[in-house]
Design a protein. Structure first.
Length: 283
């Protein structure tokens, strides 16, 4: 291995001294894969990669998921644009969530490349669902053991989601669209606690944006249980912020983390390029 892997505070690892513009040696790729599985998110600094190299790095991990709801790069449909213009009030991803839990086979992960950054702000918070599960009180861990939850995209991306204020301007300006595709999606069911397909570790797998109810419970009991799990997972000891710099890349595992994009740079432009990689059924 020709590079260094260093823990990034409470969540994630920074991988230093690697050049993602070049194909990785087999041993180097294996080391990055192991760090990704162990830490849930890996960060790279000082990268100068083209859109083609971004796509090539993503394809080394698996098939690319073409996003149904985000605006696409005009030349590369594999790349979803995550943009906020100076005059726009709401950002994309401004709430705790994990991408694509509303799919029957949730995404492995997303690779986000910084293309244009504001002079300050715009960090992304990550939360470890490994750590959140490990710290569950014994009684709550027993309560969720074996439970399954329903996930849905319709209330966020569907045609009846217009009441969500934070989505209104993202729809009007075309950053989010294709509501009809969300309206016809089935709502998949996933375990509340999964065994991670790469690491074998246990992880909490519900999130405030896309999990809508727990099977087998009344509406009130489901809402209560999810609220308790979310309050627990939001605890600061499970979180770490990533502060973007020119050339930064974050690659997070959607099965092991939540993330949250801070909306604290009004009046400035931020453009990020995201590629999402297909996953596998969770159990």
């Amino acid at each position: 291995m020709t590079f260094e892997i260093r823990k990034h505070g409470r969540v994630g690892a920074e991988i230093l001294g690697v050049d993602l513009a070049r194909p990785l040696a087999e041993a180097d790729f294996a080391a990055i894969r192991a760090a990704f599985a162990e830490h849930g998110v890996v960060f790279f600094r000082d990268q100068q990669i083209t859109e083609e190299q971004h796509i090539a790095f993503a394809r080394a991990w698996g098939p690319i998921n073409i996003n149904r709801f985000f605006a696409a790069h005009p030349r590369y449909p594999e790349i979803a644009l995550v943009v906020k213009e100076p005059e726009q009030q709401h950002n994309i991803g401004g709430g705790w969530h994990t991408d694509h839990s509303y799919d029957a086979e949730p995404a492995l992960g997303s690779i986000l490349v910084a293309r244009e950054l504001p002079p300050h702000g715009g960090a992304t918070a990550f939360a470890s669902m490994y750590a959140a599960y490990d710290a569950l009180p014994a009684a709550l861990r027993q309560e969720v053991d074996g439970l399954r939850a329903v996930h849905s995209a319709r209330h966020v991306f569907g045609s009846k989601a217009a009441a969500y204020e934070a989505l209104q301007d993202t729809r009007r300006d075309g950053r989010i669209g294709n509501a009809g595709a969300a309206d016809v999606l089935d709502d998949p069911v996933h375990p509340v606690v999964i065994t991670h397909p790469l690491s074998g570790k246990r992880a909490l797998y519900v999130n405030p944006s896309f999990t809508v109810r727990v099977l087998g419970l009344s509406d009130a009991a489901s809402a209560d249980l999810l609220a308790r799990l979310y309050d627990h997972a939001r605890r600061s000891e499970f979180h770490e912020d990533f502060h973007w710099q020119p050339g930064s890349i974050a690659f997070w595992d959607n099965r092991a983390t939540w993330h949250y994009a801070y909306n604290d740079y009004h009046g400035h432009r931020r453009e990020m390029h995201r590629i999402t990689i297909e996953g596998v059924p969770l159990g």
